[in-house]
Design a protein around this ligand. Structure first.
Ligand code: SF4
Ligand code: SF4
Length: 157
């Protein structure tokens, strides 16, 4: 594992994040791991770990966090937000990190807009798949496949 040299990191980063509405309590995190254990994205993506993102932010790893593809993986489902014993609102924290990544030039704004749109489509697809399982008579399988194929063909900034 790569050694972290704290003197090379940005000590202001955590305070900048904590100063934004929604992130006030994020430094209360005591790394219990409830968020990671309950996260549907972490379940399918080995590298995704909300607890780790918080830790890296607290340690001042500004560049590593803001330039990482990982901050775009969260589906903003609010599960961790609801279960955190320390009232860390990770869903708000991830939005703040994404906004900072755009403002600081790590990613184009179009990516944020596309990520929001993709979140909406994923939730729509999730509902359709569940509905399709519960009501196979509605025959939604072809519609679901068409939406998926269209989305897979689309390029992302
Ligand atoms: S559930 Fe809350 S306290 Fe526990 S690791 Fe996640 S953010 Fe930190
Ligand atoms: S809001 Fe993001 S980090 Fe939290 S449980 Fe949902 S997908 Fe995981």
């Amino acid at each position: 594992m790569e050694k972290i040299i704290l003197s090379e990191k940005d000590p202001r980063f955590k305070n900048e994040v904590a100063s934004k509405p929604g992130a006030e309590s994020f430094m209360r995190c005591f790394t219990c791991g409830t968020c990671t254990a309950s996260c549907p994205v972490a379940e399918v993506h080995d590298e995704y770990d909300p607890r780790r993102i918080i830790r890296m932010t607290v340690l001042g790893m500004r560049e590593e966090v803001l330039s990482s593809d990982i901050i775009w993986m969260c589906s903003r489902c609010y599960t961790c937000h609801a279960l955190c014993p320390q009232n860390v609102k990770f869903t708000d924290v991830i939005s703040i990190l994404r906004e900072m990544a755009i403002k600081e030039g790590y990613v184009p704004k179009e990516r944020y807009d596309k990520a929001r749109e993709l979140d909406r489509k994923i939730q729509e697809l999730r509902c359709m798949i569940i509905d399709n399982k519960l009501h196979p008579d509605k025959k939604q399988t072809d519609d679901i496949k068409a939406i998926l194929e269209k989305e897979l063909d689309e390029e992302w900034a």
